[in-house]
Design a protein around this ligand. Structure first.
Ligand SMILES: [Cu+2]
Length: 144
């Protein structure tokens, strides 16, 4: 009966392999959300002097990352004191101002928004070219 013995052992190995695979995939599929502190969304700063996309909506506590994909320096600025175009700036009441300083080509800047509201920001050297964007922070329920 050598054939029967070999079949039994092959089935046993296949079964053991299936159990091992199930055990390995289980913890991966359980991890659905992004790791803590990782950006929820990325906004590119372009050579056309634009933020792309120029309007993003996130939930409180989420992080936005700006990435300079152009050959020139940009800033991410939410500070009326830095603006001669006051129409581009909007800081929700009680929220802190933001100023990234110069972000070099290839560089990034991250900010985590806690307070709901509409944040209108701009780029200091390119405000004359309307380089501006907005971040809307709203609770998943919709009641700000
Ligand atoms: Cu700019």
């Amino acid at each position: 009966m050598p054939i029967t013995v070999r079949q039994t052992s092959t089935t046993g190995i296949a079964l053991a392999a299936m159990v091992a695979m199930a055990a390995m995939t289980a913890p991966v599929s359980a991890q659905m959300s992004a790791p803590e502190g990782e950006p929820a969304i990325t906004v590119e700063m372009t050579g056309e002097l634009m933020f792309h996309p120029n309007s993003v909506t996130i939930a409180p506590g989420e992080t936005v990352e700006w990435r300079n994909v152009s050959d020139v320096r940009h800033t991410v600025t939410l500070d009326p004191d830095e603006a001669f175009r006051q129409d581009l700036v909007h800081v929700p009441e009680g929220a802190e101002t933001i100023h990234s300083g110069f972000i070099e080509p290839g560089g990034t800047f991250r900010y985590t928004f806690e307070q709901p509201g509409r944040y209108g920001y701009f780029c200091v050297p390119h405000q004359a070219s309307n380089m501006a964007g907005e971040v809307i922070v709203e609770s998943p329920g919709g009641n700000n």
